[in-house]
Design a protein. Structure first.
Length: 348
């Protein structure tokens, strides 16, 4: 049974199943889910918690030894196995299937770790355990879902907050849920019985968003120049090597050129997406970029990126991120390029 993270607090109150599988790549939510499950297990009679960490030398017999061992503290145990990559291996798969067949087993088995692949969710051990309990997937919270997540966190902390303040926090904390939660706790202490607005946020909160070069590429594909420049500033602050950014932009430009050429040859765009291995979720981004950028613009972008790469690697640059920003302006369209050029003239 699949239980989503935002429904977990309600679900645990109804009682825990014999098996819980908790996997995902967002550490803050993963830790929150672990805390909820552990607290619920203790409240439901699992006074003893036993934890194992899976590696190549892990002995799966330890699980069965714990299940059969008498405890001085409790009859029920919460037995945890951290599987970092979500792959128990051949022996582990067999042992987990055997676990499901244990008679009179009152203990709760909690398997947890990083993001689990589709091959694992389709495996026999996973499907067997899924019938006995819960699978709790923990996904990254994207920019569209982050405002609601922030509102929920504020409500739980007793913070009254305006919609504009939520929008500002969304910009500040995208990709950094832990810092967002910590700041909300601070807001509750700083402004009790007050409505928190934008000015309160500006006074109390520093910009702690964390972005990746892949998020930069997505916003450029959408033509969101302002957001792309904000991400670029954060990447510069984190001292990301500029050639990594130029590589990512060149990769996206090359894909767009190939899509343009496929369309010119009369090929169906869906077929081209499939051949270039562009996921369904990202296809609308490329469609939007194709409407905005013609082949001439893409060739100019590729040329600018190639010039940057050559100059940076051969002789270095005093302000490489300024050149990257120029490429971002090229990527988002003529209007943004004009704005960028005007901004640079005013700066000079």
């Amino acid at each position: 049974m699949r239980v989503y993270w935002d429904k977990l607090s309600q679900q645990v109150q109804q009682g825990l199943p014999p098996v819980i599988m908790l996997f995902g790549d967002e550490q803050f939510q993963l830790q929150q889910a672990l805390d909820q499950i552990r607290q619920a297990a203790k409240a439901q009679g699992c006074e003893e918690r036993v934890r194992f960490t899976h590696d190549n030398q892990f002995n799966w017999q330890l699980l069965f030894d714990e299940a059969q061992a008498l405890s001085l503290f409790a009859t029920r145990k919460l037995i945890e196995v951290e599987i970092a990559n979500g792959k128990p291996g051949k022996e582990g798969s067999a042992q987990l299937n055997a676990w499901a067949e244990l008679p009179n087993n009152e203990h709760i088995l909690l398997l947890w770790g990083g993001k689990i692949e589709k091959a694992q969710t389709n495996s026999k051990w996973f499907k067997t355990l899924d019938k006995l309990g819960w699978f709790v997937p923990v996904y990254e919270i994207d920019s569209q879902r982050l405002p609601q997540w922030l509102r929920n966190q504020c409500q739980q902390a007793g913070v009254q907050i305006t919609p504009n303040a939520i929008n500002l926090m969304t910009q500040m904390f995208e990709g950094n849920l832990l810092s967002a939660a910590q700041e909300i706790t601070r807001l509750a202490l700083l402004y009790p019985n007050q409505t928190v607005d934008e000015e309160h946020i500006r006074d109390a909160v520093s910009d702690q968003s964390r972005f990746s070069v892949f998020q930069l590429a997505d916003d450029l594909l959408q033509g969101n120049f302002a957001k792309a420049i904000h991400i670029l500033e954060r990447l510069q602050g984190e001292e990301l090597e500029p050639v990594i950014i130029s590589w990512a932009l060149q990769k996206e430009a090359d894909l767009l050129v190939q899509l343009h050429l496929a369309q010119q040859q009369g090929q169906n765009l869906k077929q081209a997406f499939s051949q270039l291995r562009i996921w369904d979720k990202r296809q609308p981004l490329y469609q939007k970029a194709l409407q905005r950028l013609d082949l001439a613009r893409l060739k100019a972008l590729s040329s600018a990126l190639a010039d940057f790469d050559l100059a940076y690697k051969s002789q270095g640059m005093s302000y490489p991120y300024t050149q990257i920003a120029h490429c971002c302006a090229l990527f988002t369209g003529s209007e943004q390029l004009a704005r960028f050029n005007q901004m640079m003239q005013e700066t000079n």
